[in-house]
Design a protein around this ligand. Structure first.
Ligand code: SF4
Length: 315
């Protein structure tokens, strides 16, 4: 996938041309039906570009996307739009996805109307049922977004997309900005809804603690590439990549203990991708080999893969 950066100078008619950057590079992911798949990494690692590409908001330069066996990429725009309706996105700021001038019920109804679902009575019944499923009374339909707490807005955001019965739900930092108790209730709700509606989640987060509670499998991304992928249990118990280990060391503990020191520095710009292993300028285990050669992806366990020259010593 390529992120097209358009500098303001070009938009204003100045000199510099747009620069095409490869924000996601050589990533192959397969998500099974009913699975919760986590993608983690610092900001700029490519996880949001990955989501935008799945949603058709970002052009893929190469590769393909298939959904339930059907190819989504390369289709005519109208057909791709229809197929992509099966992929729904829960915004990390649910308040931004709600019209402040509309009562919640009208917003929920709009999605159903656009997709031609039933008559008014049918839609009202479906909305009441979905509000109950996300733990809210039917009278929440009469409220305006500003009358809702952050947790309630997230519940409405979930109700809005679940009404459309998507095949894949992309959750982008779904607990960002919530205090710990609300965070826990949202995570519980996500697990309940997944079980009840047989949902498939692509869960995007920088927070490993949250991902650990929700996901069956996890991919760790760094600078546009997957550096480690595996069953959540194995990856959290036996992290093989130095980057995963550093992220885990910096994550808050499930039992409330404080996080360790955060990873020093920041990922470099996509304009200056390091040679060899992209993580080598920040890696405490980096060797001359790391700076010279891209590490191959190797098996670190059943269905567990890692791209690091020295993962055995690191593990
Ligand atoms: Fe660190 Fe080298 Fe492994 Fe990259 S390949 S993560 S630099 S040890």
């Amino acid at each position: 996938a390529e992120a097209l950066t358009t500098d303001l100078g070009r938009r204003a008619g100045f000199l510099r041309p747009a620069v095409s950057l490869r924000a996601v590079d050589g990533v192959t992911l397969s998500i099974a039906e009913g699975e919760a798949f986590g993608v983690v990494g610092e900001s700029g690692c490519g996880k949001t570009t990955l989501a935008r590409t799945l949603l058709g908001l970002q052009r893929e330069a190469a590769g393909e996307i298939t959904l339930a066996g059907r190819r989504v990429s390369g289709l005519a725009p109208a057909e791709a739009r229809r197929l992509r309706a099966d992929i729904q996105y829960v915004h990390q700021d649910p308040g931004a996805a709600l019209d402040p001038w509309w009562r919640v019920g009208a917003t929920l109804d709009e999605g159903l109307r656009i997709h031609g679902v039933g008559d008014a009575a049918e839609r009202a019944a479906r909305i009441a049922e979905m509000l109950a499923a996300v733990g809210l009374d039917a009278d929440f339909g009469q409220r305006y977004p500003h009358e809702l707490s952050g947790g309630q807005q997230r519940r409405i955001g979930l109700a809005r997309i679940l009404l459309l019965r998507p095949k894949l739900v992309i959750l982008d930092e779904p607990t960002a900005g919530l205090d710990l108790s609300v965070q826990a209730s949202v995570l519980r709700l996500l697990a309940e809804l997944r079980a009840r509606f047989g949902l498939t989640y692509l869960f995007i987060s920088h927070d490993l603690t949250v991902v650990r509670r929700v996901c069956d499998r996890v991919a760790v991304m760094y600078l546009g590439q997957v550096v480690e992928e595996g069953p959540a249990e194995a990856l959290f118990a036996r992290p093989a990549h130095p980057y995963t280990r550093a992220l885990l060391a910096a994550a808050p503990h499930l039992d409330g203990r404080a996080a360790g020191p955060s990873l020093p520095g920041e990922p470099p710009s996509l304009r200056r991708i390091p040679a060899g292993c992209r993580f080598h300028p920040r890696c405490t285990r980096a060797s001359a080999l790391c700076a010279a050669q891209t590490p191959p992806t190797e098996a670190a366990g059943p269905a567990h893969h890692v791209a690091c020259h020295h993962w055995r010593e690191a593990a």
